[in-house]
Every structure is written in structure tokens, then in C-alpha cells.
Design a protein around this ligand. Structure first.
Ligand code: GSH
Length: 84
């Protein structure tokens, strides 16, 4: 099973919503708070092409933010995407 990592900032409603969604799916995840980490945020933009948070990864694969995660779950694609 791939590891789930979520990059967040404080006071970010979409970040809280995404974490709740992961918890609801009973998925363990690592949270990396990039609020004060400018170089990590630059890396995230380069890696994902997106400037918003949250950004969620399954191993090193960028799957997007809250909306993308919701869509993956509603289309029942979560387990296949997490499968190694
Ligand atoms: N569609 C995105 C929206 C995410 C979003 O708008 N996040 C806000 C923070 S809650 C953001 O990053 N705003 C721009 C910024 O802070 O630079 C998602 O579902 O994750």
C-alpha cells in the first residue's frame, strides 16, 4: 500500500476537510505543514503545478487537493490508486 502524505498550511479549510476525509476512509497519513517553509512550497508548486494547499501524494505521485481526493473516493478509485 502506498504511503499517503498531505502538505498543509494552518488556517486552511480545505486542508482540514481533506484530513477529515482521509480519517473517514481510515487511512493513516503523514502531514507536512508548509506554512513557514517557503522552499518546500516552491518545491510543491514545481512538483504539482498547483499553488494551493492541501496537496496530497500517494508515495511520490501527486493526486491533487481536496476536490481531487473527493472525486477519487466518489468514483471508488481510492484502493486501486493506493495499491502497490
Ligand atoms: N480545489 C482546491 C482548493 C484549495 C484551496 O483553495 N486552498 C486554499 C487554502 S484553504 C489556498 O491554497 N489558497 C491559495 C493560497 O493560500 O496560496 C482543493 O480542493 O484542494
Amino acid at each position: 500500500m502506498k504511503k499517503v502524505t498531505i502538505y498543509t498550511t494552518t488556517y486552511c479549510g480545505y486542508c482540514s476537510a481533506a484530513k477529515k476525509l482521509l480519517e473517514k476512509q481510515k487511512l493513516a497519513f503523514t502531514e507536512i505543514d508548509v506554512t513557514t517553509d517557503a522552499s518546500k512550497r516552491t518545491w510543491l508548486v514545481e512538483k504539482t503545478g498547483q499553488r494551493t494547499v492541501p496537496q496530497i501524494f500517494f508515495d511520490d505521485i501527486s493526486i491533487g487537493g481536496f476536490t481531487d481526493l473527493s472525486e477519487i473516493i466518489s468514483k471508488n478509485k481510492l484502493l486501486s490508486l493506493l495499491d502497490d
